[in-house]
Design a protein around this ligand. Sequence first.
Ligand SMILES: [Fe+2]
Length: 226
Amino acid sequence: MIFKQVFDKKSSTYTYIIASSEGREALIIDPVLDNVEDYIKILNQLNLKLVKVIDTHIHADHVTGAGKLRDKTKCVTIMGEHTPTDAVELKVKDDEIIKLDKLNFRAIYTPGHTSDSFCFLMDKYLFSGDTLLINGTGRTDFQNGNSIDAYNSIFNRLLKLPEDTLLYPAHDYKGETVSTIGKEKRSNPRLQVRNVDEYIEIMNNLNLKKPEKIDYNVSSNLKLGV
Ligand SMILES: [Fe+2]
């Protein structure tokens, strides 16, 4: 397997390029519009053919590169079935498998950060979008976010995965690149709660600023950035 984690400095977004070394087919998760040419360079250098691109949810803090990648490479755009956009070609259901040669990506519906958020599990690699971050969790105060749903998605789905599952989130603001489910269970401050009410209490008191350009980003992302 080929695996690349690409960082976008402006939005602190992680984009993942995953490919099968046998069939040379590639999949990209959460691409950023500004970096599309860089992804294409990497694909060409590694002699890979992009066949699928996934957005874990409609992002608020950057514009997706999914539409541009589709136009340039004829790859298939994929999101979870609850996405509010009709521009995406394939909408997957909870537990559905996305194939990339012999690699399988299992879609896991994890509402909470947004109502359309999905995570994707490939072998021991969990691409958690903004549902579960390293030492944090996705905010729940816009895009139909809901702290009860977030709690259920995190505690009843993601934290039930084996402890050695590798956590690859869509963002990190402190230079962390990877964690594990076990490590987050033990040390993520948001997860040290006894029940859903304590979690809601934390989420209701974050007092975060609204992301810059959220309205522009969301409306662009509903068109997959093109
Ligand atoms: Fe997000």
